[in-house]
Ligand binder design. Structure first.
Ligand SMILES: [Zn+2]
Length: 344
């Protein structure tokens, strides 16, 4: 004779047995996803710095204005590096001045050294992003400093900011955190050592970056799970390049760890200097779509984002743009945007 609970459960569809089963923890249970996430547009810096042509300032201003209209509230507008090294980004001060006219927009700039940081503070950037390579070889090639010399410069920048009373936030992006084209493997222990050191130096935020597209979702989960207990809420940004097609999967892995800020480039522009033709950062519009589809709000207006991508494709005619969602449009289940191809 069957247990009475089973009988009740079978009849009602919500019986004891079923309830009992549902209370058991499933080994495959997904962690709850956050309700909101932020996408920082970094196409004007990380994207354009890898493209040799110089996008005119007027187009960049149009880009910033349209991204703002599309709901983006964090935009990296450029970099304070010498114009002879990065002529594509020579108009950063002008872009920052424009970005500061848009209420509620956080405008960030990349700065490689104290001199750049002084410019960022003079121009009242909301945030300055300081790169720190976890790869010794990449650090020497990119900043002409060892990671420890770069750390010392970061400490000088924090001291200068604090002494000046500037409100510019300091974020360190730990680049090549998952491997390096020059050096190969990068030990997670070295990433964690640098993470501790920049937190001790007093930076406001830190992020982990897969600069060359070597990460996979398991590596991302492992590193963020080790880093989060050290950094807490100060570790709040993930920066993935889609060089080998794993950008979105890596973003999802970081999201599951509780990370809610992501860098992305409209049209996936950019690239990798060591892999000609490779795609750049994860595409803003594809990341926005993935998050929207999973119920994670980003505040992005999809139609405006895709319109802007169309403009960018014209401004950069001849350059390869990447990403998928622009071809197909949103699925009808999300109730929006037919594919662009249908109206042009
Ligand atoms: Zn990057």
């Amino acid at each position: 004779m069957p247990d009475s609970g089973q009988v009740r459960g079978a009849r009602s569809g919500s019986g004891v047995l079923k309830c009992a089963t549902m209370t058991l923890p499933s080994p495959h249970a997904l962690p709850a996803l956050p309700a909101h996430a932020i996408i920082r547009e970094v196409g004007l810096r990380d994207g354009l710095q890898s493209i040799s042509r110089v996008l005119p300032t007027a187009h960049k201003i149009e880009w910033i204005a349209a991204a703002y209209e599309a709901g983006q509230r964090e935009i990296e507008v450029g970099s304070f590096v010498p114009a002879r090294l990065r002529p594509q980004l020579a108009d950063t001060a002008e872009l920052l001045a424009f970005a500061r006219t848009l209420p509620g927009l956080s405008a960030s700039v990349l700065v490689p050294n104290l001199k750049g940081a002084e410019r960022a503070m003079e121009c009242e950037a909301d945030l300055m992003l300081l790169p720190l390579s976890a790869s010794h070889a990449h650090s020497l090639a990119n900043l002409r400093k060892t990671p420890d010399e770069a750390l010392a410069e970061i400490a000088r920048i924090v001291a200068a900011r604090d002494a000046s009373g500037s409100h510019t936030l300091i974020e360190v992006g730990i680049s090549t955190a998952f491997g390096c084209t020059l050096q190969g493997a990068v030990a997670p222990a070295e990433v964690l050592r640098l993470l501790r050191a920049v937190l001790d130096a007093g930076v406001d935020r830190v992020g982990l970056a897969d600069t060359v597209g070597y990460a996979d979702p398991a590596m991302v989960s492992r590193l963020f799970e080790q880093a989060l207990p050290l950094a807490g809420a100060r570790l709040n940004c993930a920066h993935f390049h889609d060089t080998r097609g794993l950008g979105l999967a890596n973003a999802y892995a970081a999201l599951q760890c509780g990370i809610t800020r992501f860098d992305a480039c409209l049209g996936g522009i950019g690239g990798c200097p060591h892999a000609p033709g490779a795609s750049g950062n994860v595409a803003t519009e594809d990341l926005a779509y993935m998050l929207l589809s999973m119920g994670v709000a980003t505040g992005q207006d999809f139609n405006r984002l895709l319109d802007l991508r169309g403009h960018l494709a014209q401004w950069l005619a001849g350059e390869t743009l990447h990403g998928s969602i622009w071809r197909a449009g949103l699925p009808r289940t999300l109730g929006a945007a037919p594919a662009r191809a249908h109206h042009s």
